[in-house]
Design a protein. Structure first.
Length: 647
């Protein structure tokens, strides 16, 4: 049978953190959702011509604004992927690319975007709805300086249907809660539920059509939080647990929490729920969880434990992860001999120490082994304000969270631009893993920029397009006279002998290729490869060419052979790929990647040379003729330079 329309039917049940260790289901009726949509559209210009960003998990009730409310107004909804939600650069790019006009964000997400330097997305945004947690006057001022959008401060607990109060803060100097939306009343009451005068703090209570039915299967808790409204007999009001006061202008100022409920990154958390999960561990006797603020004013959770036996952070993380979402797992775990109490026998939270000494992971703190590991570790230490970190420590076990990981990303982005996205830091949570990942991606990016440049070669000297067939390694020595001349020229011009030999080889290949510019890969000791570009058109004198080549060989702009050895090369008829090397030992497979490799070395006072070639493409006779021409050309070049320098 079809259901009869009834505004008191449930629209949804959404779960929030609970003190007993079990989340509590908040039952929201259709009438409350309709009232919320009506109240919101009266104060914020939703409309069919606009696009709204959907970047909130469906388990967070403010997602209703980005879905149900937006759909009722005919708006276009642009959904951000999970990766885009984590990565500020990708999220900002999505907003720009899709020309999104309205966004709803927690202060934490806004800070994440601003910390990553993402500001261009502000240009096209016309409304920014900020809520889910308290935000500061500094953030308000920063938003006002960077955006022309209308700014709205949103306030409301899940139990009163998402947002209960809205304040346009576009021109404000301080952040305030604002006034209630349609059919909603706000009361600030004292201990005896008497109304507080202006300026006097009390508990904020909310009444009206937005109230939830209560908590699913929790009648005692429902009766405790949804109480009779003494100011409107026959109705109920919800006790928020928030401390607030009326301002002279009629707005409400939020002052914090009365109980131990906290908000982390927009999520409402009962510390008691985390404590209950901790106490379920067989070796944790006592547990207290509190929220603290770091140097940047960001809230984080810290757990204080009394244990019956030593536990590692990894063990506690694993235990909590089976029951709690990531945002409810404390950033720090501090082991105490006992929990400090006050005269009434309650926890004295003022005596709980700042978490500078935390639970040891009982593993050796491994030092960095590479330069990249050292650089990453320094960034971690700077952001986490913690020196005692090893390269195998998990970021989230030493005080890291999703906000701090964005700070890490922003700093690493400066060192390794274009190599990382934020999701990579989640996937590689220790220094060693991240360093290896950066090395791999960096190598891939370098390989993609390396282009092989083959040279023209007479087809009469080629054997065909066959696969690599190693020819005989051809060895030869320069004459003693030529070797001594090479030594004098190298000393006179303060250049490497290798630079002179490479110049002669490049000139010879330019003659073969009938071009005035030749680019050759050159392997140096240690497996480094540089690309040497020699132009015989621009340089008037040989010594100028020597100096240019020498500069290439000394440059820091090198690749490592392992990074470029797989660069694509398709052999073409009438072309060969050459390389020059001054390394004593060639990396495995180096010669196989080229058609011809000329290697220079020394044996006593005589300069020795070797040549390896691909017999499947070049005839041995052609290689031998090329080497004779090289020796002759080198001798002539040296003689010419010595005459000019009067050596």
């Amino acid at each position: 049978m079809p259901l009869a329309p009834d505004s008191r039917r449930l629209a949804y049940v959404i779960y929030t953190s609970g003190t007993t260790g079990n989340p509590k289901g908040v039952m929201i009726e259709h009438r409350a959702v309709v009232n919320f949509i009506t109240g919101m559209t009266r104060v914020i210009p939703f409309g069919p011509a606009k696009s709204v960003l959907f970047a909130t998990t469906l388990s967070f009730d403010i997602s209703v604004v980005e879905t149900l409310l937006a759909l009722t107004q005919g708006m276009r909804i642009v959904a951000a992927s999970e990766e885009q939600q984590k990565d500020p650069q990708q999220l900002a790019a999505l907003i720009e690319r899709q020309r999104i006009g309205m966004v709803q964000m927690t202060p934490s997400r806004l800070k994440m975007l601003l910390s990553a330097g993402c500001v261009a997305w502000f240009e096209g945004v016309t409304e920014i709805l900020v809520g889910g947690e308290a935000w500061t006057d500094d953030l308000l001022a920063e938003l006002q300086s960077k955006s022309k959008a209308a700014l709205f401060n949103m306030y409301g607990p899940t139990e009163t249907t998402i947002w209960s109060a809205v304040r346009e803060a576009t021109s404000d100097q301080t952040v305030s809660v604002g006034g209630p939306i349609a059919n909603t009343r706000l009361y600030i009451v004292g201990d005896n539920r008497q109304l507080q005068p202006i300026g006097v703090a009390g508990e904020l209570c909310i009444a009206g059509d937005g109230l939830a039915r209560g908590y699913h299967n929790r009648p005692e808790l429902t009766a405790e939080k949804f109480v009779d409204n003494p100011f409107e007999p026959g109705t109920r009001m919800y006790r928020t647990g928030d401390l607030a006061r009326w301002l002279p202008d009629g707005n409400v100022e939020y002052l914090g929490r009365i109980d131990h409920q906290v908000k982390i990154r927009g999520y409402r958390i009962e510390c008691g729920e985390i404590e209950a999960r901790l106490l379920a561990h067989g070796h944790i006797r006592e547990a207290v969880v509190v929220d603290r603020k770091d140097e940047q004013g960001q809230a984080y959770l810290c757990a204080y434990l009394v244990c019956s036996m030593p536990l590692t952070v990894a063990q506690i993380h694993a235990h909590l992860s089976r029951h709690l979402p990531d945002y409810m797992i404390p950033s720090y775990f501090v082991e105490l001999d006992y929990i400090p109490l006050n005269n009434n026998g309650k926890v004295n939270r003022t005596l709980l120490p700042v978490p500078d000494v935390v639970l040891d992971d009982q593993e050796e703190k491994l030092p960095p082994a590479t330069e990249i590991e050292s650089e990453i570790l320094k960034v971690w230490q700077e952001v986490l304000h913690k020196d005692d970190i090893g390269v195998m420590d998990n970021f989230f076990h030493v005080g890291g969270n999703s906000l701090r990981i964005v700070d890490i990303y922003a700093k690493l982005q400066q060192k390794y631009p274009g190599v990382l996205v934020v999701a990579d830091l989640f996937g590689n949570p220790n220094v060693r893993q991240l360093a290896q990942y950066i090395e791999t991606v960096h190598a891939q990016k370098q390989a993609s920029t390396w282009k092989h440049l083959p040279l023209a070669f007479p087809t009469s000297g080629m054997a065909g397009q066959g696969v690599y067939i190693p020819g005989d390694v051809l060895r030869f020595e320069l004459s003693e006279h030529t070797s001594q001349s090479l030594e004098r020229i190298s000393s006179h011009y303060s250049i490497q002998k290798m630079s002179v030999l490479l110049t002669a080889f490049a000139y010879l290949m330019s003659e073969y290729a009938q071009t005035e510019t030749v680019t050759l890969p050159c392997l140096i000791e240690g497996g480094d490869v540089c690309r040497v570009e020699v132009s015989f058109r621009e340089a008037e004198e040989l010594e100028e060419v020597f100096a240019i080549v020498d500069g290439y060989l000394k440059t820091e702009g090198r690749f490592h052979w392992e990074q470029v050895k797989y660069a694509a090369y398709e052999p073409q008829e009438g072309q060969i790929l050459c390389a020059f090397t001054g390394a004593d030992l060639l990396p495995s497979g180096f010669a196989k990647q080229f058609d011809l490799v000329l290697n220079c070395g020394e044996a006593g006072i005589v300069q020795s040379m070797t040549c390896e070639y691909n017999q499947g493409r070049i005839l041995q006779a052609s290689v031998e003729r090329l080497l004779r021409q090289f020796v002759s050309l080198l001798a002539k070049m040296l003689e010419q330079c010595e005459k000019k320098a009067s050596l």
